[in-house]
Design a protein. Structure first.
Length: 477
């Protein structure tokens, strides 16, 4: 006890001596004793006023605003994901809904002052760039998890089912564009660009969300689960290649420019496959054996991902395609991909992607659907998207010999759009193809089609419905 008191007294004496010496040094300056060292008779009211001014000034700093936004976004995202999980929905559905709740459709209407404080207009650029960084890492993970080796035994069937589930909704989406463009399209966007993009947006399947649903429903080792994963993998590759081509055409502005963009894009893809991929295999070979990464190897991986995203953005086919391709060319060893995903996935999915959902929710103004015609158009979009995707996959699956119950289940799974759909929609909104009204309708469609996957799957497969009933009984007890 005495030793502790001695330590405290010694520390106090040293601190007092150091502060006294510092005050003397500062008082020797040209201006004499600094103002903050001079005595003052400030009262309680003065101190309160000073504290308010200091806190108000600090609260207006950009970093403070960003931290507040991140806390609000993460808290609500986790809360919504937890609530929706009780109803058998994957976390992404809750996060998508949280994004809408934080946007102009709900939060800004219920509490305008709070929305303006947390999400002021000046903060949107920084929120946008954070969301894009999150998407780049996410698309890298999607490419990393793309295991085309799963197609060895079912390549023909998977390609037929996947392409049917793309072709039918693509054509239906382009056909629907005739009516949508006339009433909700932008005069500054050519109909061809609008129709092509709507076709792509109707054709997307969310590979990561589908994989999560299959895992949650314990379908991973079944023939249905394996086929769905294979079809979604083919769907991802095909849809992103089509999107890259459409973006090249839209951004180029003319057919000659589009041909140049697509030619350069083809050279870029060949460069990634024939030059970067062998280099990556060589540099990362020790990591594929040991399952551990050195700091230099991780830096190389991030440089490949960011460099590929940069090249694809400069070419004109969007940075996300480059990130996806960079992930796809990484070594295929399971231990390597599992270890690398573990290093990137948590930060990306838990922190960065909810920021993207919130940013999308802020942009998606459902309040713009202020007439029965707009809501009718939204309903038609949902119906066309669902029917096109489900029928295209189900009939193709049946034609390849899959029984009807599993064919319909496969169609339901391929109708899952989730995060991938929001990524595509934001691209279309950023480059001006989608008007605010169409963007809001398509966001509602993305959430609805993802939400309906679990319930429809349980209706189609009675064994899943029984598992859900048993799980609820366990929770109730």
């Amino acid at each position: 006890m005495k030793k502790a008191i001695l330590h405290v007294l010694t520390y106090g004496a040293v601190l007092t001596l150091a502060l006294s010496l510092l005050a003397w040094i500062l008082s020797q300056g040209p201006e004499g004793i600094p103002t903050f060292l001079q005595g003052g008779g400030a009262g309680a009211a003065d101190w309160s006023s000073i504290a308010q001014q200091v806190l108000a000034k600090n609260a207006s700093l950009p970093l403070v605003g960003l931290l507040i936004q991140m806390l609000v976004i993460l808290t609500l995202s986790r809360a919504c994901a937890g609530v929706l999980k009780f109803f058998g929905q994957p976390p992404v559905v809750g996060e998508m809904i949280a994004g809408l709740l934080l946007g102009k459709s709900v939060f800004a209407l219920l509490w305008p002052a709070g929305f303006s404080f947390i999400f002021p207009d000046r903060s949107m650029p920084q929120l946008y760039f954070f969301s894009q960084i999150g998407l780049i890492f996410f698309m890298f993970l999607v490419g990393l998890d793309l295991r085309l080796s799963n197609l060895k035994d079912r390549a023909a069937a998977a390609i037929a089912i996947s392409h049917s589930s793309i072709l039918l909704p693509f054509l239906l989406g382009a056909l629907l564009s005739l009516g949508l463009y006339a009433h909700f399209g932008s005069a500054h966007v050519a109909f061809s660009s609008f129709a092509l993009f709507m076709g792509i947006a109707m054709s997307i399947t969310a590979f990561p969300v589908l994989a999560r649903i299959i895992q949650d429903k314990q379908l991973g080792g079944t023939a249905l689960g394996s086929m769905a994963i294979a079809c979604a993998a083919v769907d991802d590759v095909t849809a992103w290649c089509l999107l890259a081509a459409v973006l090249g055409i839209v951004k180029a502005g003319s057919m000659h420019s589009a041909l140049v963009v697509l030619s350069v894009a083809a050279i870029y893809v060949l460069f990634m496959l024939k030059v970067v991929r062998p280099l990556a295999l060589s540099v990362l070979r020790p990591a594929t054996v040991e399952g551990k990464f050195s700091s230099a190897q991780l830096a190389f991986i991030f440089c490949v991902g960011l460099g590929s995203a940069l090249l694809s953005e400069v070419i004109g086919i969007h940075a996300l395609f480059g990130a996806f391709l960079a992930g796809a060319i990484m070594p295929h060893h399971v231990s390597f991909r599992t270890s690398l995903s573990a290093k990137i996935e948590d930060l990306t999915t838990v922190v960065l992607l909810p920021i993207f959902f919130a940013y999308t929710g802020i942009r998606a103004q459902v309040s713009l659907l202020d007439s029965w015609q707009a809501w009718l158009a939204c309903a038609v979009i949902i119906i066309v998207a669902t029917v096109g995707k489900m029928l295209g996959a189900a009939f193709a699956a049946r034609a390849t010999g899959v029984k009807w119950s599993e064919s319909w289940a496969l169609g339901i799974l391929m109708n899952t759009r989730g995060l991938m759909e929001l990524v595509v929609l934001n691209i279309g909104y950023d480059i001006g193809i989608l008007s605010p009204q169409i963007f809001a309708m398509m966001v509602v469609m993305a959430i609805t089609t993802t939400f309906m996957t679990g319930p429809l799957l349980s209706l189609c497969l009675p064994e899943l419905r029984q598992k859900r009933v048993d799980a609820l009984k366990v929770l109730a007890t």
